[in-house]
Write a protein that binds this ligand. Structure first.
Ligand code: SAM
Length: 221
C-alpha cells in the first residue's frame, strides 16, 4: 500500500462502515471520499431543508460515491444523478453503491460535469438541487490557515458557482474547513443569506458545506 494512503486506510471504517463487504477505492478517492457519518448528515440536512418539489439531486463530482450513496440511502430523492469524469472512480462508485444496496437508485454518468449539466440537466432548476464536492487541489490544502477559494484547483469556487447557478438555484458546495468565509459571502446577492455548516468528527471539523439558495434554517431541530 502506498505510504500516502496508509493513514487513510487506518480510518477505512469511518469512510465506509461496510468497508469489508467489498468497498473499492482508487488511490485518489482514499483522501477525496466524504466519510460516511458526514455524508449521511449532509444528506439529511439537504433533504430536510428543501421543499418536496425538489425531487432530484445531482452529485457533480461523485468520486467513489460517498455522498451519492448517502443521498440514495436517505430515501428522500426520486433519483440521484452521480456525475464523475474518471471512469475508474465511477467504477468504484457503482461497486460501493452495490455494497450499500442502492445502485438502482443512482444514475451513474461518466463525463465532465460542466458539459453534462449543461446538456442533460439544465432544464431541472425547479426540481433539482446540485451538490458539488470538487477536488481541493490535494492534501496540501491543509497547509493554509485560511484557504483561498480563488486558488482552489482545478476549479475555483467562483467558476463552480457561476457555472452551476446558470441552471440551479439551490447549490451545496463541500469545501475545506478553513475556507475564506468572505469569499463565500462575496457570491451572495444583496439581501440573500448563505448558511455555512461545519461537519465534525472526533472533535474536529472535516469540512464545511456552503448552502446557496432557498434552504430552510438547517440548524433548526
Ligand atoms: C473530492 S472527489 C469527490 C468525492 C466524493 N464526494 C465521494 O464522497 O466519494 C472529486 C472528484 O471530482 C472528479 N472530477 C474532477 N473534475 C471533474 C469534472 N469536471 N466533472 C466530473 N468529475 C470531476 C474527480 O475525478 C474526483 O473523483
Amino acid at each position: 500500500m502506498p505510504e500516502n494512503v496508509r493513514k487513510y486506510w487506518y480510518h477505512r471504517y469511518d469512510l465506509f462502515s461496510k468497508y469489508d463487504e467489498g468497498v473499492e477505492l482508487t488511490s485518489n478517492s482514499w483522501f477525496g471520499v466524504t466519510p460516511e457519518a458526514v455524508a449521511v448528515k449532509i444528506a439529511q440536512h439537504i433533504g430536510d431543508s428543501v421543499p418536496p418539489s425538489k425531487k432530484f439531486i445531482i452529485d457533480a463530482f461523485a468520486g467513489a460515491g460517498g455522498n451519492a450513496i448517502a443521498f440514495a440511502l436517505s430515501g428522500r430523492w426520486e433519483r440521484v444523478f452521480a456525475v464523475e469524469k474518471d471512469p475508474e472512480e465511477l467504477k468504484c462508485a457503482k461497486q460501493n453503491a452495490k455494497v450499500y444496496g442502492v445502485e438502482k437508485k443512482i444514475s451513474f454518468v461518466n463525463g465532465d460535469c460542466f458539459n453534462i449539466i449543461k446538456n442533460r440537466y439544465s432544464h431541472m432548476r425547479e426540481e433539482a438541487v446540485i451538490f458539488a464536492s470538487p477536488p481541493w487541489g490535494g492534501p496540501t490544502y491543509q497547509a493554509e490557515d485560511i484557504f483561498d477559494l480563488s486558488k482552489m484547483e482545478p476549479y475555483t469556487l467562483k467558476k463552480l458557482h457561476t457555472s452551476f447557478s446558470k441552471y440551479f438555484s439551490e447549490m451545496v458546495f463541500y469545501l475545506p474547513r478553513t475556507s475564506d468565509l468572505n469569499q463565500l459571502a462575496a457570491l451572495v446577492k444583496d439581501g440573500d443569506q448563505i448558511q455555512a455548516i461545519h461537519y465534525c468528527m472526533t472533535g474536529f471539523s472535516k469540512a464545511l458545506c456552503a448552502y446557496y439558495g432557498d434552504f430552510a434554517d438547517i440548524q433548526k431541530p
